[in-house]
Design a binder for this molecule. Sequence first.
Ligand code: B16
Ligand code: MG
Length: 210
Amino acid sequence: METMKGAIFDLDGVLVDTAKYHYLAWKKLANQLGFDFTEEENEQLKGVSRVRSLEILLELGGIEKDELEQSRLREMKNDWYLTFIKDMTEDELLKGAKEYLLQLKKEGVKISLGSASKNAVSILKSLNIYELFDVIIDGTKVTNAKPDPEVFLKAAQGLGLSPEDCIVFEDAQAGVQAGKAAGMYVIGIGTKENLPEADKVVAGLYELVK
Ligand code: B16
Ligand code: MG
């Protein structure tokens, strides 16, 4: 922790709780396809790319769709999701998120986003924290989804830092694995039971605010 030169933040579940809107949109899709989708099942989609999320959903519903139909379904889900987050404001930032980002800025730590979301930039703008990021690596810039380390390696590269100088903040197991695979120190946001591979676990960024 002492050597932190760069901080790389996952978005959903770390800075903002967009998971509930992802869930509502996937549930709506599942219902249209004729099956239900529970909050417990939704845990499997956290931190997972849109493409993979749909595959998991269809597996849960026991439904097969070809790639063309899958891309139509992903688009439908995303349109609903965008409607849900349209009116999002700073109020939806998770506790301590902005304070912690400002604290790191003051300490001279470089800040990057490392998210699977293709909607990350518009979300950061709605939350009024876009300007705090030196680098943004999101779902539009990576080809390999977490647990592949690509997103975090690109973030470190963008910051001009080596992986061991960066700390990753992640709420999803696949994200923690990606951070470790990138050779970084990982702070899990959640519980030790959910994120056993993280180097340290806190309940939220508010615990780190001085
Ligand atoms: P989109 P993160 C992830 O964000 C979400 O946790 C995951 O549920 C979502 O499917 C994924 O982004 C893709 O999002 O559909 O907006 O491209 O946790 O990596 O910040
Ligand atoms: Mg996340």
